[in-house]
Design a protein around this ligand. Structure first.
Ligand code: F6R
Length: 251
C-alpha cells in the first residue's frame, strides 16, 4: 500500500522529502540516490542545499543516477537535465561530479549507453531511494502511457501532451526534443524505496489512478502499486479526485 503523506504546503513537501533523503544518506556507506528533474523536486533540492550549508548532510560519498534525459540534447544546453541537476543541486553541495550519472543526450550509440547506465547502477549496488515526479498523464521518467511499457533503460518518443507540457521551458514548442532516454519500469521498480512528489490539481487524475490500487499501462505511475515501499508526498489539491477513502498512513 502507498504511504500517503498529505502536506499543507509545498515547503512541507520539500522538508519531508529532504528529511527522508538525509536519513537514507546517513544510513549507507555509499548511498545511491535515483533523482528526477521537473518542478516537483526543486523545493526539496533547495532544502537539501540549506541542510548541507548548515553542516547537516555530507554528499561526499553519495552516488546519483538520474531518471532521464532529452535526446538529442547537449549537456551544456540550459534545458538539458544534466544542466538542471548541476544548477539545482550538484553545484551547491560537496558531491563528486564523477559520482553523478545522467544519461548522455548526445550519445551516438544509444543501445550501448543504456546498457552501460544499467551496469553502473548495478555496480553501485542498486538505487537506495528513487525520487519521482508524476506527469499529468501519469508518466514517470519518460515512460508514457502506451499499450505496453519497457522494462529497461531505453530511447523513447515523447507524447504530444508531454511536448506541450514541457514547451513552457523552451523558447518555442518546436524546440522541445522529440525523444528522450529514460529508465524503464523495471529499473524504477528495482529501487529499494520510492519517494513520489505530487502537488497541484494538474496531478489529481494520475494520483487518483495511483491510489485506486490498480495497475495499468494507460497510467504508468500505477505500476508503483507493485512496490512495497512507496511514499507519496502530496498536497490536498493533488487528492481532489480521490474521494473520501484516501489510505493516508501519516500526516
Ligand atoms: C523528470 C521526469 C518527469 C517529471 C514529470 C513531472 O526527470 O522524469 O517524469 O517528473 O514530468 O514534472 P513536473 O515535476 O515538472 O510536474
Amino acid at each position: 500500500m502507498i504511504n500517503v503523506v498529505v502536506c499543507k504546503e509545498r515547503q512541507e513537501i520539500a522538508e519531508r522529502g529532504a528529511d527522508r533523503l538525509v536519513s537514507v544518506i546517513g544510513e549507507h556507506d555509499t548511498p545511491v540516490l535515483g533523482l528526477a528533474t521537473g518542478s516537483s523536486p526543486i523545493g526539496m533540492y533547495e532544502e537539501l542545499i540549506r541542510r548541507y550549508e548548515k553542516g547537516e548532510v555530507d554528499f561526499s560519498r553519495v552516488i546519483t543516477f538520474n531518471l532521464d534525459e532529452y535526446y538529442p540534447i547537449s549537456p551544456d544546453n540550459d534545458q538539458s537535465y544534466r544542466y538542471f541537476m548541476n544548477r539545482h543541486l550538484f553545484d551547491h553541495v560537496n558531491i563528486q561530479m564523477a559520482n553523478t550519472h545522467v544519461l548522455d543526450g548526445l550519445s551516438t550509440d544509444v543501445e550501448k549507453e543504456c546498457r552501460a547506465f544499467e551496469r553502473q547502477i548495478e555496480e553501485a549496488g542498486g538505487v537506495d531511494i528513487q525520487v519521482l515526479g508524476i506527469g499529468r498523464n501519469g508518466h514517470i521518467g519518460f515512460n508514457e502511457p502506451a499499450p505496453s511499457l519497457v522494462p529497461g533503460v531505453h530511447k523513447t518518443d515523447l507524447t504530444e501532451s508531454t511536448i506541450r507540457a514541457n514547451a513552457r521551458f523552451f523558447a518555442s514548442e518546436s524546440d522541445v526534443p522529440r525523444q528522450s532516454l529514460t529508465m524503464g519500469m523495471a529499473n524504477i521498480l528495482r529501487a529499494r524505496e520510492i519517494l513520489v512528489i505530487a502537488y497541484g490539481e494538474d496531478k489529481a487524475d494520475a494520483v487518483a489512478a495511483l491510489l485506486s490500487g490498480g495497475v495499468t499501462t494507460a497510467c504508468p505511475v500505477t505500476f508503483l502499486n507493485l512496490h512495497d515501499r512507496v511514499t507519496l508526498l502530496c498536497d490536498r489539491a493533488a487528492l481532489t479526485l480521490c474521494g473520501e477513502g484516501v489510505p493516508q498512513t501519516e500526516s
